[in-house]
Design a protein. Sequence first.
Length: 268
Amino acid sequence: MKRLDLFKIILVEPQNPINVGNVMRAMKNMGLSKLALVNPADMDLSRTQISAHRTEDLLNHIEIFSTLDEALTGIHESYGFSARKRTQTWASLDMESAVSRSLALAEQDLAIAFVFGREQSGLTNEELARCSCRVHIETSDYTSLNLAQAVLLAAYELLRQARTPGNRVQNATPLENHAPNTRPATQDEMFRLLKTLESALVEIGYYKSPDPNTAIHRVHNLLTRADLHNDEYHLLMGMAKEISNYAALMEKNIPIRKIRPAKSFGED
Ligand code: SAH
């Protein structure tokens, strides 16, 4: 049996102890034992037992945090469950792939969190940005599952895949968020990007000695692993060029126009 003890279910601001009880029941049925609540509504947790018989063990070990960041401390990878359909901006996986990826990571002893949102309004974008990737469970056009049902489906898939003999996942499913109609970057694009980045780093004084440039080799490895696509190549190339431009303007004492995005990363 795979390492289900490495999985933690995190509920953000649950409002109702009956729902929390139903989550505990689902977890108990599927062999999960770690439950964390982030800033729950003022509730009498013993009321969870109305819907969750024989889950005292879970109840006694519930962790309560005031922020999601605290709840995620020590977690290697987190999956934010959202009733909203996937968009290309965010790394996202369907539930089956998320579960297979997370089981592969758990086999390497890495701690995993499945994060679920409020009964009424789900997770905010800010909270989803804290998670490594988003997961959407397939439904009809009516996409909003009840909280405990969403947990039940995820936990069921986890138990099912963990028990399936011969289903040993060798490689973690990569996080897929490539825009449609893109192609992997070509070798020469990759080469141009790394050369441009290298000159930009020279311009801003990144290198402290003329030792051979291993940093760029590591970035090369990283981008190869990330399966860089052509739209991402253009994005990174644009950033590298702007860094060089900035250094050139600084040298000439030309003032730089700085524009802050209306919403910074992770802000709702
Ligand atoms: N009305 C809310 C849904 C809240 S349901 C919304 O539209 O976001 C409570 C939680 O259950 C969600 O935050 C999410 O974590 C989970 N959930 C519900 N439906 C889901 C789905 N189709 N896929 C993934 N998670 C889902």
